[in-house]
Ligand binder design. Structure first.
Ligand code: E4P
Length: 219
């Protein structure tokens, strides 16, 4: 399973990268705004810096335009920034056309704001490299986001679509574990959820005991 971090915060990206288990980064306009990044030049510079930190991993960069021509224009400029940029396109009619355009041109895409199996099926047919079902936001409205991942996995396996399922809007470690059980290809979440996966009180207690015994024996 690939681990992406869902942030535009450089310190957090660096921390996750330093763990040695980071496969990529996803951003969105809200995450960029949260870091105070605005203006075309600054946005482009920020994406470049993220790509440099991540090294080998994919970096999703989202278009702002909502019309086909605008998405193509913005997506092409983003793709030119760095070979690891994946153009993030919203699941709307114009977006589907843009997904197909980029797929035909060999530019990788991440179809975002996906909340149903039907949307995921269309994204795969349009040739999206990744599809991003937002599981946390579904949970927020009392709909099981994990069920959606299961449905998409079944559909993609039925037809051999190679679009990767990128479980997004991950909020906590159980989301990651459930997605891994089902076979999501990728998850993107906050650093806190990744760190929480490593934590266990028995590990902490056991280590404290080992160190205490070692110190006693050394006396
Ligand atoms: C996906 O790529 C989005 O950036 C993200 O996962 C949205 O998550 P949120 O619901 O926590 O905003």
């Amino acid at each position: 399973m690939k681990f992406f971090i869902d942030t535009a915060n450089l310190a957090q990206i660096q921390e996750a990268h330093d763990l040695g288990i980071l496969d990529g980064v996803t951003t969105n306009p809200s995450l960029m705004a949260k870091e105070g990044i605005s203006g075309q030049d600054n946005v482009m510079k920020h994406y470049k810096t993220i790509c440099e930190i991540v090294g080998d991993g994919d970096v999703s960069a989202e278009v702002i335009a909502t019309d086909y021509e605008g998405m193509v224009r913005e997506g092409e400029a983003l793709a030119e920034l760095h070979p690891n940029i994946v153009v993030k396109i919203p699941m709307i009619k114009e977006g589907v056309k843009a997904l197909k355009y980029f797929s035909d041109k060999g530019i990788r895409t991440n179809c975002t704001l996906v909340f149903s199996a039907g949307q995921a099926l269309i994204a795969a047919k349009a040739g999206a490299s990744y599809v991003s079902p937002f599981i946390g936001r579904l949970d927020d409205i009392s709909t099981d986001g994990i069920d959606l991942i299961e449905q998409i996995r079944l559909i993609y396996d039925n037809y051999g679509y190679d679009t990767e399922i990128l479980a997004a809007s991950v909020r906590h470690p159980m989301h990651i574990i459930k997605c891994a059980e089902i076979g999501a290809d990728v998850m993107t979440g906050p650093l806190s959820a990744i760190i929480a996966l490593m934590k266990h009180p028995l590990t902490d207690n056991g280590l404290a005991q080992f160190l205490a015994d070692h110190a006693k024996a050394a006396k």
